[in-house]
Design a protein around this ligand. Structure first.
Ligand code: IMP
Length: 221
């Protein structure tokens, strides 16, 4: 007997970032009922990302929410808890900002602060050395067990910002195969190729193969 779910699965995402929540809802599709931690009443829950890897931080985020549910007397195993952590790894900067991408320009840095710092640090870097990649790690907690998967997108860091869609470093991240930055793509186009979408597709495929999730025929590649 397969254990596949036919009812939508309730997923709690351990993020307070509305940009991410917006992308995730589109990525996860109809097989899930998605709630963010803020929507579930945990907007005061701050989970410090003290890990030295994306894996550690993604795990910290799901474990933090798991414990908070327990403390509230709720059953954390009644739903799935998801978190992802992303970093931009720039070759010419020995992989920085990497796991510190959100705080690259300092604590409380805005997206614009981080973009400007990156532009400044790479001022003298020629085009051929401007390679970079985004890497996303997702952690999923089901019944107290946490697993992780990753997704990667290769690109190059532009000198000047291009495009106004997306968020974070998107205006500087040029994807050669597309001939555009991520910020020049629509949400749908970005979701088709992005590091985060690759990680989510890898996770969904793994869950389908395990029989934990019914196949979504609308979402076939
Ligand atoms: P987080 O830890 O996953 O929230 O990501 C850390 C930082 O990486 C964010 O604050 C953004 O600056 C950047 N980031 C994450 N995902 C993306 C993306 O899809 N495009 C551009 N920047 C991103």
């Amino acid at each position: 007997m397969s254990e596949s779910h036919t009812e939508p699965i309730h997923v709690l995402i351990s993020t307070g970032n509305p940009d991410k929540a917006h992308e995730l809802r589109a990525l996860l599709g109809d097989r899930f009922v998605v709630q963010t931690k803020n929507e579930a009443g945990f907007s005061d829950l701050i989970i410090d990302e003290t890990g030295s890897t994306l894996e550690e931080n993604a795990r910290l985020k799901v474990v933090g929410l798991y414990r908070a549910l327990l403390e509230e007397g709720k059953d954390p195993n009644a739903l799935w808890i998801l978190a992802d952590d992303t970093g931009l790894f720039v070759d010419a900067l020995d992989g920085r900002p990497g796991v510190y991408s959100a705080r690259y320009a300092g604590p409380g840095a805005t997206y614009a602060d981080n973009v400007h710092k990156l532009q400044k640090e790479m001022e003298a870097t020629p085009w051929q050395n401007r390679g970079a990649h985004f890497r996303t790690v997702i952690a999923l907690c089901r019944n107290g067990e946490t697993e992780t998967v990753e997704g990667i997108l290769e690109g190059r860091i532009l000198e000047q910002e291009r495009g106004t869609n997306g968020f974070g470093y998107d205006p500087l991240f040029y994807v050669a195969e597309e001939g555009r930055t991520l910020a020049e793509m629509s949400d749908v186009e970005k979701n088709h190729i992005s590091h985060r979408s690759r990680a989510y597709r890898a996770l969904l495929k793994k869950l389908e193969e395990e029989g934990a999730l019914v196949k979504d025929d609308d979402n076939e590649e």
